[in-house]
Design a protein around this ligand. Sequence first.
Ligand code: HGY
Ligand code: MN
Ligand code: MN
Length: 417
Amino acid sequence: MSAILRGAAAAERVLARADELAALSRTSGGIDRRYLTPEHRAANALTAGWLADAGLVAWQDAAGNQCGRVPGAPVDAPVVLLGSHLDSVPNAGRYDGILGVLVALEVAERLRDDATTLPFALEIVGFADEEGTRFGATLLGSRAVAGTWDPAWAELRDENGVTLREAARGFGLDPDRVGEASRAGELVAYLEAHIEQGPRLERADRALGVVTRIAAAERRLLTLRGETRHGATPWDMRHDALLGFAEADLAIERIVRDAGAYATVGHVAVQPDAVNVIPGLAEFSLDLRDATEEGRDAAWELVHAELVGLADARGLRLDVASTHRADACIADPRLRNAIATGIAATGDAEPMELFSVAGHDAMAIAAAAPVAMLFVRCAGGISHAPEESVRADDVALAIDALEAAVRDLARGAASAS
Ligand code: HGY
Ligand code: MN
Ligand code: MN
């Protein structure tokens, strides 16, 4: 079979498998697959079958990540890990995370017969929880693998009050042994292919790109407290928390956009949420990102000062809680070159470099190993929505590029030894 036909067949298999995984959702319409749920279990089982079909040894680790290893390397060989995540946001697209796992699987199958000659062991991972949809804390699967699991996370609760501890037990895991998923000290490289989740590759008419860094991010939960009052209350006596939120949301957009950073207010809730009662409480999330920690924090300082002022003017109390904070993750130069070499091997002589505004498991793994990412064009830059899509020819190029990147790493490691 020619290389082009082989690539096209592999891409079609990736897209078909993404469709199979898309059916594993807690909702009939749309994709919703969360940590330690029956859908997570089914996705792991399906992926484990594909890993075995590709000739890999498959297992589920203590955190519920689905893992695979190409047999043939010495048991104590350093590990090059490829992968991404199998979980999703609510009403997700079918390629966010999934594409990276399936592309890695194709690369592992291509390299299987070379396993005994590679200077490292090649492993694949489908991380169990990158999005944090169920318990609110993100990168749980990859942080377990990186050895940065916090036992306190066992007490996190989902929307139904179920603790991660209880969910882990129900999933067949021992919540007090999740930390045993750590691979710290064994990993020498982590490469992740992922859709860009933005329009820059498409605007530049490029299929693939090299990620230079992953944005610094912080998530907060903010609460404005005013006074719950009857709708008959005169205007000059009102302290309306929802109006305070409305003013805050527009201020956040103006300030962060002017700062060249990114902010999303994706959650808002009011109390008592009744048509004839002035809301005394408004709770909302703020996801703030920028290329650097300094930019992220400077944007927050401007936002916070504005929110304090508007809360004061309306007689509201503002409370702020940080729920997730990650510094920018810089791609390892050697691995970044391998990704660029991989892209060049597909015929793109000057690989496009871009920074990732979206967060990824690579941020967590960077605590235990050098990391780099390969971005794949996605239509309209759309993600976290059912319209998310990729082109089969771009998927074929991604498989070729990631394979070439791993082979480049092997050459480099062999010549260095
Ligand atoms: O939020 C993010 O950037 C990622 O999709 N979890
Ligand atoms: Mn995502
Ligand atoms: Mn993702």
